[in-house]
Design a protein. Sequence first.
Length: 269
Amino acid sequence: MLKNIKEQLLAIFADCREISEQQILDLPEDPFYRQMETLNQMATLDVDDNQVDALVADTSLQPAIAHIARLKRIHGLRLERQRARTIIDSPDPWKELKGFVYYPNYLQLAQMESEGAELKTDDRVVFLGSGPVPLSLIALVKRCGIQGVGIEKDPTNADLARRMLAALALDKEIEVILGDHFSLPLSGDCQLVMVGADAVPKEEIFSHLAATLPGGTRLSYRIYEKGWRRLFEMDHQVGELPRPLKEYRRIRPQPPVNNTSVFLFKERT
């Protein structure tokens, strides 16, 4: 099976190596659709952790994996932007949002986040890299009644998120700020800083947060610890944490959720 997976990945790479990120975002027809269909089919294969490790360690595959992972993330952004516009234009925005197949997963992740960070009603949660559809913050508002702040560096994503939140009548509960990790810390108390999967570079982000956040601040991020998805997240992994950040808890997922939530706090000095 391992040889077959490698051959399929190299074939996808050969098929998409001329596709640019901008083409995926801007062309009316989705140029990465066929490749994503193949990747989705491959994701259903029963691949154990040793096989994933072998694929990651294969130097002949690393350029292919890195390129496919980039295009896969951009394709996800294309779909998110489409979803945001659909919700904005819908006569029933909440029905449209709840019809998203992964909406229940986000509610379950919100439960994990609230448990791990011990969130309470009206706590302030900041999400770094919130994107055009800030579902994590929306789910936390619905589950816990928090006050959310999304930080997004792309102006198009930030604008879509604000318009979508207004359509959902959540613009009082969730504010979207145009910025990046250097926008932190914000004024006022914050009970949790969530670092999004696509917020990069991770080393620079956590070094900045370790140096600037007040002592006692809690942080979280999500990872894939097992399975096929881990193959395409290697360049977004969090390495050794800078002091005085310290991991204090991991909550591992229950199906259908695949993400492990990792919780940190900044030690008081």
